[in-house]
Ligand binder design. Structure first.
Ligand SMILES: Nc1ncnc2c1ncn2[C@@H]1O[C@H](COP(=O)(O)OP(=O)(O)O)[C@@H](O)[C@H]1O
Ligand SMILES: [Mg+2]
Length: 322
């Protein structure tokens, strides 16, 4: 087992009477993507700021280690291991993309030559060569985010924090950003990501923590989180009442909707369970007119976990035709 890239125990932070983080525990393995998922105001940026040493943790917080270093004892060493791309861009619009990069290289005390080399390499990698000599204020949203990440990488960090890297981006730029993040991880970088988008966490993250009311409401892989809530099923619809009744008796334990001639069979969405249903139908010589698989997705999980006034059971199941 290698040392985790990030660990936090009982992380707390309040502003006045307002408790933002109410004792959260986090572990991020090296070389993985960890997504902190939560709605606006959940405390994601606050967590990123604490873990990246921009603000201090509140009283009563337990130990926080980043890159193997205790934040309280040696923030400087932790800082050397990380890069932060904030929710609000660090890009200076008045100067060019290249100048932004060179400024960053200066901040990292790179020599002039080294700064130029790293800048050229990163501008190339993030497809910003053409735009390099233009003021950053003329860049599109996606270009600004790419420049922002390029600037973060100047210091060659092992751990990077990306605070809502795709909020406000169009779908193409979002997919570009996802590709960039995947490549970073392939290169061995650990990514701590915050997002409001379930799809994004599902796409990218090895582990996801759902932040709600100052606490981690659930944590695990996307698959584990989806398994937390029931509701996976297969729905079969028939037009022939005889086929419908035969299927019902062949399949055994099913919910019947006599009016719609539909059967609902609990199912975890796995290939094996699906095949067993189809095998039993085949054996009985029946063909359904329509088959849909409902797998609970992260949206279901999210709403179930973060529902405060509406009980989880009343969230509308979504039917995904397959
Ligand atoms: N410097 C601050 N002073 C007072 N309240 C703050 C400060 N920073 C954040 N907050 C409050 O803390 C809560 C969490 O904010 P934030 O961490 O930015 O959430 P998120 O990034 O998930 O949207 C919000 O209610 C916000 O208003
Ligand atoms: Mg935020």
């Amino acid at each position: 087992m290698t040392t985790p890239a990030i660990t936090a125990n009982g992380l707390r932070k309040s502003y006045g009477d307002k408790v933002v983080l109410d004792g959260i525990d986090l572990t991020v393995r090296e070389g993985t993507v960890f997504a902190l998922l939560g709605p606006n105001g959940a405390g994601k940026t606050t967590a990123v700021k604490i873990l990246s040493t921009l603000i201090s943790a509140g009283p009563g917080s337990g130990e926080i280690r980043v890159g193997g270093h205790d934040l309280a004892a040696d923030p400087q060493a932790a800082r050397a291991a990380i890069g932060v791309t904030g929710q609000f861009s660090a890009v200076d619009g008045l100067i060019t993309g290249e100048e932004n990069m060179l400024l960053m290289a200066d901040l990292h005390h790179l020599s002039k030559g080294e700064g130029r080399r790293v800048t050229a390499e990163l501008l190339e990698r993030f497809d910003l060569v053409e735009a390099a000599k233009k003021p950053a204020s003329t860049y599109s949203g996606g270009m600004k985010r790419r420049l922002d990440i390029a600037m973060t990488l100047v210091g060659d960090p092992r751990i990077i924090f990306l605070d809502e890297p795709t909020t406000g981006l169009d779908p193409r730029s979002r997919h570009n950003m996802w590709q960039i993040i995947r490549e970073l991880v392939t290169g061995g970088v650990t990514v701590f990501l915050t997002t409001q988008y379930l799809e994004e966490a599902d796409e990218l993250a090895d582990r996801i923590a759902v932040l709600n009311n100052g606490r981690i409401a659930a944590e695990g892989t996307a698959e584990e989180l989806k398994r937390l809530i029931p509701g996976g099923h297969v729905r079969l619809r028939f037009s022939d009442p005889h086929a419908y009744r035969t299927a019902a008796s062949a399949l055994g334990d099913v919910a019947q909707d006599d009016e719609a001639l539909a059967l609902q069979i609990p199912n975890d969405g796995s290939q094996r369970e699906l095949r067993s249903i189809l095998d039993r139908l085949d054996a009985a010589g029946i063909e359904a007119d329509e088959l849909t698989v409902h797998t609970p997705d992260l949206d279901d999980v999210f709403f179930a976990l973060t529902a405060t006034t509406v009980p989880a059971q009343t969230t509308q199941p979504k039917e995904n035709a397959r």
